[in-house]
Write a protein that binds this ligand. Structure first.
Ligand code: HDD
Length: 705
């Protein structure tokens, strides 16, 4: 690691002059090795002469314990890992900023919401929940959407998910659900999967999870990109204004590029082709200057409005439909910079629900209250010291002053005599009733009990509402996901119990799943404290397809080319895709690329084995007469088309490529998504259609219901 810049002495300046020392990028001074590189040193700064051989007695003799360089190097290496997060271990983060649209002073005194146009630095970490740090990105799972905003009055952590409700109503059940979803303890598998007995056993015995289960079995759990998913604060929070008046608030992040997910069969294949698919996507977007953006929208309401519902706004398994209470846009989040170092920032960032600035407060949601305990505790375990706030990624960016001191790895140490208050020396910080955090003065009373409120008892109505809000393909995917997951469950009674819950949600869905699972006699519907409401209106905002972008911006077209392919068609495709602010990637039969019809070389980003169509949002096969013949002999080329077709993607092709489509089973059922490209007009027509992203109408012909 480079030495930190320190004031440079006259003697050092002289050494620089004599070329014994050189300045690094950060202004730090290095000795210069014989080949002009900085001299390698130990962590103590001692220069190293030989980093290839341990110190030993004779060339073939035993190693010597006095080899301090070897011991320090191995000691440090042995301690490189810190415990991974107990949940959300696999994640990827980026820096950016939050920009406020207008003053929200009427609702909150939170400093970041006071001035229109003000930008506040932010760090976001996206994650899966169940898998360990090295697991694949396209697990069927909830995605974490944790945002840290470094406000002028302290860090605000909005530690949310891409799903607006949660599995459980009380934090005391969190270890149980997580134990159930993680690898089973006797066998140590399955990794990053909910398709196993323990998970479904717990779920089938926990009716409050049914609403969330509908979301997790929907395409929300297999997003195409972090950039194409929503985020939610989940709980009801409070805004508190300068007059100490409170307004309830629910937070929503809406992606500027619209929502998009993948097909399950596609997810499975992406995991093999590119286990880092989501992190690579975010990396490439930000590195190429296409900064992803989300709008922050808030649902604001008072107690009377809350009382108008049958459900309780403190229940984290419920949402307020956007059609009933339209969210108000209040700002935007832009991610524009990758961390310099993954470990220092993404791994060591410590999100905590209890990090709130003045003006933002908690509700009595029992899940939120429990989280406020858990997150501080987990950081000590993970980061190993109470001084984790000294790490740059966790430190506030506003002035701060307190008397906390010492402990492991203390980096900011108090100077001076006084480390307490009150004191007689007039030194040090003091509390401020005016500026300080004031908890909302809620009136609370009651007996000390362990009791779930009756207002939390309806477990099915919103699960049904979610289901009936989906388009037919989305409903199909839910049935297919439930069938797949339960097909991996070995204990029949668990499957049947799940079907008994589905009967309370939607009979057609329950029947479909039961038939697919081979359950002949339907079980009785699960006993329910509250009957499912049939009168809740569908909420189109809950459907991904209805929230689709209707444009190809930010997406990726994969073009499989052969030698001799028409260069004008390629140029037309390229220009059109770039105009759309999308990305074009070339896939060739061989590493390196092809020569187009104009005799010019075209570089390829992927060779066919490394660039399957699952990595793209739409594909084109741009083949010449002679090149097309070779593609027919290449199984990966056939899969390229067959998968794109099965995943309902748009496929453009030149005439010579038609036999490949036939071989891939994509020619018998031509539809508006299978387009012959024979000239500039055809290219334009093909590109115009891409905004629909998928041809879902094709699905029934490629997948059994
Ligand atoms: Fe949690 C991490 C989101 C319930 C306990 N949680 C964690 C992360 C996210 C969430 C996004 C990863 C943060 C990061 O990227 O570092 N968790 C949620 C949401 C919940 C939720 C949206 C429900 C609405 N969590 C929840 C409960 C508990 C926890 C009920 C415990 C009682 N969560 C944790 C944790 C983690 C965590 C153990 C693991 C690593 C960490 O905190 O920093 O404390």
């Amino acid at each position: 690691m480079a030495k930190k810049a320190s004031p440079i002495t006259k003697m050092e300046e002289a050494s620089v002059h004599d070329q014994k020392l050189r300045r690094g990028n950060g202004g730090e001074l290095h000795q210069i090795a014989e080949d002009g590189h900085p001299v390698l040193t130990t962590a103590q700064g001692a220069p190293v002469a030989d980093d290839q051989n341990t110190l030993r007695v004779g060339a073939r003799g035993p190693a010597l314990i006095e080899d301090f360089h070897f011991r320090e190097k191995i000691f440090h290496f042995d301690h490189e890992r810190i415990p991974e997060r107990v949940v959300h271990a696999r994640g990827y983060g980026a820096h950016g900023y939050f920009e406020t649209y207008e003053s929200l002073a009427a609702y909150t005194r939170a400093d970041l919401f006071q001035r229109a146009g003000e930008k506040t630095p932010a760090f976001v970490r996206f994650s899966t929940v169940a898998g360990s740090k090295g697991s694949f990105d396209l697990a069927r799972d909830v995605r974490g959407f944790a945002v840290k905003i470094y406000t002028n009055e302290g860090n605000w952590d909005l530690v949310g998910n891409n799903i607006p409700v949660f599995f459980i109503q009380d934090a005391i059940k969190f270890p149980d659900i997580i134990h159930a979803v993680k690898p089973e303890p006797d066998r140590g598998f399955p990794q990053a999967q909910s398709a196993h007995d323990n998970f479904w056993d717990f779920i089938s015995l926990t009716p409050e999870s049914m609403h969330m289960i509908m979301w997790v079995m929907s395409d929300r759990a297999i997003p195409r990109s972090f950039r194409f998913m929503e985020g939610f604060g989940v709980h009801t929070f409070r805004f508190v204004n300068a007059k100490d008046e409170s307004t309830f608030v629910k937070f929503h992040w809406k992606p500027k590029l619209g929502l998009q997910s993948v097909a399950w069969n596609e997810a499975v294949k992406i995991n093999g082709a590119d286990p880092d698919f989501h992190r690579r996507d975010l990396w490439q977007a930000i590195q190429s200057g296409n900064f992803p953006e989300w709008e922050l929208q808030v649902q604001l309401f008072d107690q009377d409005f809350a009382d108008s519902f049958d459900f309780d706004v403190l229940d984290p398994t419920k949402l307020i439909p956007e059609e009933v209470l339209p969210p108000k846009p209040v700002g935007r989040l832009v991610l524009d910079r990758m961390p310099d170092n993954f470990f220092a920032e993404t791994e060591q960032v410590a999100f905590m629900t209890q990090n709130v600035p003045p003006g933002i407060d908690f509700s009595n949601d029992p899940l939120l209250q429990g989280r406020n305990f858990s997150y501080l505790d987990t950081q000590l375990k993970r980061l190993g010291s109470t001084n984790f706030t000294h790490l740059p990624i966790n430190a506030p960016k506003c002035p701060f002053a307190h008397f906390q001191q010492d402990g492991h790895m203390a980096m900011r140490n108090p100077v001076g005599r006084v480390n307490y208050q009150p004191n007689s020396f007039g030194e040090g910080p003091r509390e401020s009733p005016r500026a300080g955090y004031r908890h909302f003065n809620a009136q609370e009373s009651g007996e000390k009990v362990r009791l779930r409120p009756e207002s939390f008892a309806d477990h099915y109505s919103q699960a049904r509402q979610f289901y009936i809000s989906q388009t037919p393909p989305e409903q199909r995917h839910i049935a297919m996901a439930l069938t797949f997951e339960l097909s991996k469950v070995e204990t029949p009674v668990i499957r049947e119990r799940m079907v008994s819950h589905l009967l309370n949600i939607d009979e057609t869905l329950a029947n479909k799943v039961a038939i697919a699972l081979g359950i002949d006699a339907l079980p009785k519907p699960a006993a329910a404290a509250v009957e499912t409401r049939q009168d809740l209106e569908p909420s189109p905002a809950l459907s991904i397809i209805q929230r689709g972008p209707q444009r190809f911006e930010g997406r990726k077209l994969g073009v499989l080319v052969t030698d001799g392919a028409d260069s004008t068609l390629f140029q037309a495709l390229k220009a059109g895709i770039e105009k759309e602010k999308a990305v074009i990637e070339v896939i060739a039969p061989k590493v390196g690329g092809v020569t187009l019809s104009d005799g010019k070389p075209l570089a390829a980003q992927q060779m066919i084995d490394g660039g399957p169509s699952v990595l793209y949002d739409a594909v084109v096969v741009l083949a010449s007469e002679e090149g097309a013949g070779d593609l027919l002999k290449e199984a990966a080329a056939r899969d390229f088309v067959a998968d794109a077709f099965a995943h309902c993607k748009f496929i453009g092709y030149t005439k010579p490529a038609f036999p490949l489509l036939e071989m891939a089973g994509a020619a018998d059922l031509p539809d508006e998504g299978t387009v012959e490209i024979d000239g500039a007009d055809a290219v334009a027509g093909f590109l115009k259609g891409l905004g629909a992203l998928r041809v879902w109408a094709r699905e029934p012909s490629v997948k059994l219901p």
